[in-house]
Design a protein around this ligand. Structure first.
Ligand code: ADP
Ligand code: ZN
Length: 206
């Protein structure tokens, strides 16, 4: 089974994907993570992507679609995939239709003011990728692995505003595109509570 996680930036897609992967045998594919890996390794693709990412713009479709297509050709994807951060445009969604059969789309609904509140407080573990927020977590080292937390280059005010705008214009229309396969989840304060209906939904489908 292949699924997509949809939601605005800071809706908690990454956190949700990590929970799903710890309970079910999916391969998590995050285009944001793939780009960041390329940046870290200094690849040509990484250099190209960084110029868009730092401004909060989408990396052009042909680059993103090509990168995802390569990833989907790897053998581990046979287990079933969970896509987080892709697709983000209608044309990416149309391209995906020819690359994989998508069985379900989970849409994380978070009120816009909550998203803004979270945006600038996000901190990420430099080693294991765990996500925290300064509103609820005061330390600057990871609870899981002890490594230092950092603020992503693109989590600055200008980039955040831009990403939210891009989301409204280009990504939100995907909710209609996937209307026939959509499972809507309302955000709760506690990520574990938000996850519960998702877990039950997936259990019933597998
Ligand atoms: P967030 O959801 O917090 O914005 P991501 O890690 O998903 O963060 O993405 C970070 C950046 O990577 C995006 O702002 C964009 O520049 C780029 N990116 C990731 N996925 C895509 C995609 N499917 N299409 C175009 N650009 C993408
Ligand atoms: Zn960590």
């Amino acid at each position: 089974m292949n699924i997509i996680l949809l939601g605005a930036p800071f809706s908690g897609k990454g956190t949700m994907a990590r929970k799903i992967v710890s309970d079910f045998d999916f391969v998590q594919i995050s285009t944001g993570d793939l780009f960041r890996e390329n940046i870290k390794n200094g690849t040509k693709l990484g250099k190209l992507a960084k110029s868009f990412m730092d401004k909060g713009e989408l990396v052009p479709d042909e680059i993103t679609i090509g990168m995802l297509k390569n990833r989907l050709e790897e053998k581990d994807c046979d287990r079933g995939i969970i896509l987080d951060g892709f697709p983000r445009t209608i044309s990416q969604a149309e391209a995906l239709e020819n690359m994989a059969k998508i069985d379900a789309v989970i849409n994380l609904e978070v009120p816009f003011d909550e998203i803004r509140r979270r945006a600038l407080g996000r901190r990420t573990c430099s080693k294991c990728g765990e996500i925290y927020n300064t509103a609820t977590y005061k330390k600057n080292t990871c609870q899981k692995c002890g490594s230092p937390l950092f603020q992503r280059d693109d989590d600055n005010l200008e980039s955040v505003n831009n990403r939210l705008e891009v989301y409204e214009k280009q990504t939100a229309p995907l909710i209609n595109f996937y209307a026939d396969r959509l499972f809507v989840v309302k955000n709760k304060k506690d990520p574990e509570e938000t996850y519960k209906p998702v877990k039950n939904f997936l259990k019933g489908r597998i």
